[in-house]
Design a protein around this ligand. Sequence first.
Ligand SMILES: Nc1ncnc2c1ncn2[C@@H]1O[C@H](COP(=O)(O)OP(=O)(O)OP(=O)(O)O)[C@@H](O)[C@H]1O
Ligand SMILES: [Mg+2]
Length: 363
Amino acid sequence: MDIAAYLRQQKDHLGQEAKSVRDFSVFDFDHIPDQPLLREEAKLLIDELLRFDITGIPTHYAIIGSRGSGKTLTLRYLQRVVPKHTSLQILYANCREHNTSFKILAHLLGVQARGASLSEMFERFCASCPQKTAVILDEIDLMSPKDPRREILYRLSRAEQPFLAIALANNPQVLKEIDPATRSSLQPMPLHFRHYNAAEISQILRDRAERGLVAWDEGRLAEIAALTVRQTNADVRVAIKTLFYTVTRPEESLAACFEHARRDIIIDIINDLTDPLLLILRAVQVAPTAFAKDVYGRYVRLCQARGEKPFSYVHFYSSLSYLQSVGLVALVATKVGRTFTNRVLLNFDQPIVEQICRLRFGE
Ligand SMILES: Nc1ncnc2c1ncn2[C@@H]1O[C@H](COP(=O)(O)OP(=O)(O)OP(=O)(O)O)[C@@H](O)[C@H]1O
Ligand SMILES: [Mg+2]
């Protein structure tokens, strides 16, 4: 096809999109709806925040839930509405972007703070929080191994002034990984965000459709919700993206739109992995066997080839468990001789890792 023909085709295609979508922003994953579906677990958190507002006595929380189960959305929404009705301040930091206690504090203070110690930063942080403050730490499982004790949790739990920490994670193992001194001081209450059911996903889709689309079909929403629950552990992102494709690519079947959306989300997740996690995924792909120790051996070699220090086996293993919690790998216990050992299997098409590694590392 020549360039002029391609331009014409794409212009028609984009024109089609513009005609069927009223507001593209509702398909943005960071979009916070005015009235999100309220999960039961959110009510519990609201009660807890109200209690903290009145008594000043915090109960800290560790919220665990699978990909797309609404952890970030729910807490961001509470951050928006709860302070309007209470005297609480609610702060939010994402530990993927700010992956040590020091960086989180610098981010919350809005400073660069090179040269300061962690204690100085924490003092400054306390001074900047005159009122009762809840601190949301999203994706806490992605904190760097350079901060193995997740110091900020310890400090928040020991501070003289009232702080309430809410940590969000995909990986349930993160609770076991918290340093014992921190755990006994923080005593985080585990709260599991269960998978959404099909009716809930339909409702979330209906809300997006009402705001974002010119027309939609209820039966389609139900079909997308059912597929999402059956095939993705109820990842709402896949459902939202499928809905988007069904209206912007009317020539494709629903099943094709769903597969497309699912693949896109997997690519997004892999693209967002840190370099060490991506290398671990690559090692799973190229290791001589699927046994975890062979994968580790291959991972160490990949690090050496790049002149990087590999994770310890313990940290490597907890990274595998994180990759399992976001649905990229499956750890399958297999009996070898008299003991059980884990095999690591990729949950998606192998060439994706190869392509992303090539783009990221140029190899
Ligand atoms: N209760 C809800 N009401 C409306 N939209 C929702 C709801 N729950 C989730 N969503 C939407 O689904 C998408 C995924 O939700 P969210 O980002 O909160 O998931 P998550 O649990 O934080 O996932 P991850 O573990 O990947 O970070 C977002 O676009 C969000 O707006
Ligand atoms: Mg999230």
